[in-house]
Ligand binder design. Structure first.
Ligand code: MSP
Length: 492
């Protein structure tokens, strides 16, 4: 148990030797362009959950990375006239930089061009082939390069991909197939026995209905076009990118010391790629006789004027632009405060600024500044809540809904957890107004406030790591000094 949370409160912590593990993943992103709000959303969500489980004293493995062996990545490099390896090296670096700016504390950044990943993919293919779950055939059908996915004619809208609205390519070629259809029954049984396998529930229903409708075998190779992992039993073919990409979650745990993290506790994905994670991936694992992940959670999309972001229509915002609006912590806060994790939410810069000014500057910033100023002026009475029994004597802090927050985190209701934390900050502000410590000089009240801020600060750190560090410094000692402004207001 870390010192930081030793005298925390009601949450049950695991001991040093029986530490629970928590393994969370983000999708691995295509390095065909720089990271944008959609990538940031999933990655911050994973970071928040990873930080929550670390706070509980668990042994956390948080995996993110880049999905490099894709045809769309290859074509993007070609278009720019940059050698493909150089291109993916640069862009995977851009993703790493973006995550650093957003305080993403991942455990490993995997690249599907990593040697150990490639080795493991080859082993997996060999094993599946040996088992008889891969056969040679001929693929004839549609393909959307944006999705890197196969479509049937009836999936398309006027010949176009329903997601990218671009024309799907008609593909006709020899291909290896994975016997996905063989696992239909087993998948349905698994969904039934494990109601938390696909979340939120409404997404599970959609997937289950589709699986009930029947599964086609999956084309998992294409003729070698000069990029990608070669099929071990036929060097003229390369592996279909999703087949290679999905395995990253497992191959990352094939490193020394990491084996204990499999199966993953949580794959966080956007709703557009749930099929791959909730149907194809578990079927691949079933074939390999490897344990399945516990949960696949699909979140909604950030939209612009209610439309999915799109580069061609200029409705996109990249990570640097996001941070430039009001800073890294503010955007981390905004993305989970603005709407329900799981639903689509509409983005606007104005709303980021409004929340930054009205909530971070006026509520959190103001509370910290007032309480620290008053504590400097009148001092605090720590004797009253000196020991562990303190919690019950801090009437203000008793109103903090730690149990409910824990429940929300366990249900991946990140936004609801954040709302409760801010509800409590609101109570603290009201308490200052009501008790008027600047008139009464009541040291007990001041201590209750200081103590409450100290205790909720680790929760704030889950969402806003930089701010939380500043707050910790301000209230570290009992000789408190008036704090510098935490959030400068931004003009619209
Ligand atoms: N490479 C695949 C994933 C392979 S995982 C084994 C891929 N990459 S991606 O770069 O296209 O981005 C993936 C993630 O970003 C998805 O979870 C997707 O939902 C998310 N987002 C992309 N645009 C988004 C929004 N506008 N809003 C929220 N998230 C969205 O797919």
């Amino acid at each position: 148990m870390t010192k930081k949370i030793k005298d925390f409160h009601s949450i049950k912590f695991t001991g040093k030797f029986d530490r629970k593990k928590f393994y969370v993943t983000t999708p691995i992103y295509y390095p065909n362009d720089i990271p944008h709000v959609g990538h940031a959303y999933t990655t911050i969500a994973a970071d928040i959950l990873a930080r929550w489980h670390k706070l509980k004293g668990e042994d956390v493995f948080f995996l993110t990375g880049t999905d490099e062996n894709a045809k769309k990545v290859f074509l993007a490099a070609q278009k720019k006239g940059i050698p493909i390896k150089e291109f993916v090296d640069k862009l995977s670096g851009d993703f790493k930089n973006a995550w650093e700016k957003l305080s993403i504390d991942y455990s490993r950044f995997i690249r599907t061009t990593d040697e150990n990943h490639v080795k493991e993919v080859i082993k997996i293919l060999e094993k599946t082939h040996k088992k008889g779950d891969i056969y040679k055939g001929f693929y004839e059908g549609y393909y959307c390069i944006g999705c890197e996915a196969y479509y049937t004619e009836k999936d398309l809208e006027d010949g176009c991909c329903p997601i990218h609205k671009t024309e799907a390519e008609l593909m006709k070629e020899e291909s290896y197939f994975f016997k996905l259809s063989k696992y239909q029954k087993k998948l349905l049984e698994h969904y039934k026995k494990n109601p938390n396998f696909i979340l939120p529930r409404k997404r599970a229903k959609e997937i289950i209905n589709r699986v009930k409708g029947g599964l086609n075998d999956l084309s998992i190779s294409r003729k070698d076009y000069g990029w990608g992992i070669k099929i071990p039993f036929d060097n003229t073919h390369v592996v279909y990118v999703w087949y290679d990409a999905l395995t990253n979650y497992y191959t990352a745990t094939r490193e020394k010391g990491k084996e204990k993290f499999w199966p993953a506790d949580l794959h966080l994905v956007g709703k557009d790629i749930i099929w791959f994670h909730a149907v194809i991936w578990p079927a691949m694992l079933m074939s390999l006789e490897i344990k399945l992940p516990k949960t696949v959670f699909a979140h909604g999309w950030w939209t612009f004027d209610k439309e999915k972001i799109s580069k061609s229509r200029g409705k996109i915002i990249n990570v640097d632009e996001l941070i430039s609006i009001a800073g890294s912590d503010s955007i981390r806060y905004f993305l989970f405060r603005e709407g329900n994790f799981g639903e689509d939410i509409d983005f606007s810069k104005e709303k980021v600024i409004e929340r930054h000014n009205n909530e971070l500057a006026d509520k959190l910033g103001n509370l910290v500044s007032r309480v620290s100023a008053l504590a400097e002026k009148y001092g605090i009475e720590k004797a009253i809540t000196h020991t562990h029994r303190a919690n019950s004597q801090n009437k203000l802090f008793n109103k903090f809904k730690a149990k409910e927050i824990e429940k929300h985190f366990d249900n991946f209701e990140i936004d609801k957890a954040l709302n409760l934390i801010f509800e409590f900050l609101h109570l603290c502000n009201e308490y200052v107004q009501e008790k008027k410590p600047w008139e009464t000089h009541d040291k007990k009240v001041l201590f209750e406030l200081v103590d409450s801020i100290r205790k909720i600060n680790p929760y704030l750190g889950i969402f806003m790591p930089q701010t939380s560090q500043k707050i910790a410094k301000i209230f570290k000692n009992d000789k408190i000094k008036k704090a510098e402004i935490l959030f400068k207001k931004i003009e619209k």
